[in-house]
Write a protein that binds this ligand. Structure first.
Ligand code: NAP
Length: 304
């Protein structure tokens, strides 16, 4: 199937372009980006122009940041195209519900992707936990925004979500692996005094689940989730690429990110083929709740 990639920036070039190139399902037929292009692929700078000029392209993958993404998604759906959304699927829950309603009415597929759910050990973790009683769980998600989002000021602007931009990856895993849903009870959000979104966050959920998210972290990343059960402790490390049970390695360690995007594109191909909508908003709901419930604290100014 022919596909158009919209928003040719960091994640498009790091992951989407190589995953599409390696896939037997997809042919990258056009890009839409004000500055970015992909060698050998027809490039548009305007979404309307692409939708008009290329009716043969039935699927659009949107890799823009969440705030500008909605208008592009709306146009694609209105033009009868199937749509794949980078995470988070929107800047607000309401706009995600609106897109879902539009896609349903138009009879097109809509896929809210959560790349971290495709990490190698997430499915085995979900399987192991399925019949267990969870007594406690903790997310420890720490990385350096300067390394992973150099100069991307949108992350610190309203709707950019701050540390929840990576933190929602942990929440996407948590909401996939826990055998029963939890809900947020309290949050503390630290906002740099010169920015609009938090850089450090602590979350307390129901049922003994907590999380610490820090985007101003020096040294190696921590992308860990530990889940204690009455039958032992499961831990996911490296963003879900590695799993231990009571400290012992379980399965062959994967490679963070390598399989995630190819699996998303495979899933999108299957969704388009069978028709329908895959729009799980549970991770975004926790983020929205943190902004609603959270206690705001001021932190030191952040500059690149
Ligand atoms: P990015 O490089 O800053 O932005 C992607 C592209 O979106 C830009 O190159 C830009 O292309 C377009 N864009 C940005 N602001 C826009 C606006 N206001 N209006 C129209 N187009 C705009 O961001 P990214 O790191 O790729 O992240 C994009 C999405 O992918 C985010 O939702 C993020 O959470 C997700 N993601 C990122 C990573 C990562 O490692 N960075 C990993 C996984 C998922 P033009 O200027 O050429 O139009």
């Amino acid at each position: 199937m022919k596909i158009a990639l919209v928003g040719v920036g960091k994640i498009a070039l790091d992951q989407h372009v190589p995953s599409i190139a390696d896939s037997p399902d997809w042919d990258l037929a056009a890009t839409v980006s004000r500055h970015g292009t992909v060698e050998g692929v027809e490039a548009f700078t305007d979404m309307d122009a692409m939708l008009e000029a290329r009716p043969d392209i039935r699927v659009v993958s949107l890799c823009l940041p969440p705030v500008p993404r909605f208008d592009y998604a709306r146009k694609a759906i209105a033009a009868g195209r199937h749509v794949m959304l980078e995470k988070p699927p929107g800047a607000t829950l309401a706009e995600c519900h609106a897109l879902e309603a539009m896609a349903r009415a138009a009879g097109v597929s809509l896929f809210a992707t959560w790349h971290s759910r495709e990490a190698d050990m997430v499915d085995p973790a979900r399987g192991w936990l399925a019949d267990k009683r969870v007594t406690r769980a903790h997310i420890n998600w720490q990385e350096d925004v300067r390394k992973w989002h150099p100069g991307q000021d949108w992350c610190f602007e309203p709707g950019g979500m701050g540390v929840f931009d990576p933190g929602i990856n942990a929440l996407s895993i948590l909401t996939k692996i826990l055998p029963a849903p939890v809900h947020l009870r309290a949050a503390t959000l630290h906002f740099p005094e010169n920015r609009q979104t938090p850089i450090t966050v602590d979350l307390t959920f129901s049922d003994g689940v907590t999380g610490h998210f820090n985007w101003d972290h020096d040294g190696p990343e921590h992308w860990d989730i530990e889940v204690e059960t009455e039958a032992g402790t499961l831990a996911l490390h490296d963003g879900g690429a590695r799993m231990t049970l009571d400290g012992q390695a379980h399965g062959a360690p994967g490679d963070a990110l390598r399989g995630e995007y190819p699996r998303l594109y495979k899933a999108m191909a299957a969704l388009v083929e069978r028709g329908g909508i895959d729009m799980d908003l549970a991770p975004l709901t926790h983020v929205a709740d943190a902004f609603m419930l959270g206690e705001r604290r001021s932190a030191a100014a952040f500059d690149w």
